[in-house]
Write a protein that binds this ligand. Structure first.
Ligand code: 5GP
Length: 138
């Protein structure tokens, strides 16, 4: 789906790039949680991570690990969050897959914690079975 990222990737509107590779680019988020907040974006126009081609998916791990180091080195932050909002219900605003690499600082009060709740009786085992079957289906 065409989005603001399509226009940035096409050079129609400006983006501040950290790198521009054949399949992936990284640019600075325009409204950073902290300075140095980077978006890792595939050139392929797909809303969901799983819809990216195999070759694009295969490169992700290397770029992501390298970017966590780059963000730490460039900002001096001790930690980062890596976030993928994979769909609007998960908070995705821009319908073009992308990962956030967000610098984090001690006591920065940015938060990032799900309000978890324990499984009910037998539900953990049932869910594990469903996930194993779903995983095996691909
Ligand atoms: P999402 O909520 O979809 O995971 O994140 C979208 C991100 O894109 C947001 O953090 C937002 O600040 C960023 N963003 C939205 N429009 C632009 C833009 O025009 N340029 C840049 N560099 N970032 C943008």
């Amino acid at each position: 789906m065409a989005s603001i990222f399509t226009r940035i990737l096409a050079g129609e509107i400006p983006g501040t790039f950290v790198f521009q590779g054949e399949r992936w680019v990284a640019l600075l988020d325009i409204r950073p949680a902290h300075p140095g907040h980077v978006l890792l974006i595939p050139r392929e126009e797909r809303q969901y991570l799983a819809d990216l081609s195999g070759s694009t998916q295969a490169e992700l791990g290397l770029h992501l690990a390298r970017m966590t180091l780059a963000v730490k080195r460039a900002t001096g932050c001790p930690a980062v969050n890596v976030v993928l909002n994979d769909g609007p219900e998960a908070g995705q605003e821009v319908p073009h897959a992308h990962l956030h690499v967000v610098p984090r600082w001690p006591g920065d009060h940015k938060g990032f914690r799900f309000a978890g709740a324990p499984y009910g009786n037998g539900q953990l085992a049932t869910m594990a079975e469903r996930l194993r079957a779903a995983w095996a289906a691909d």
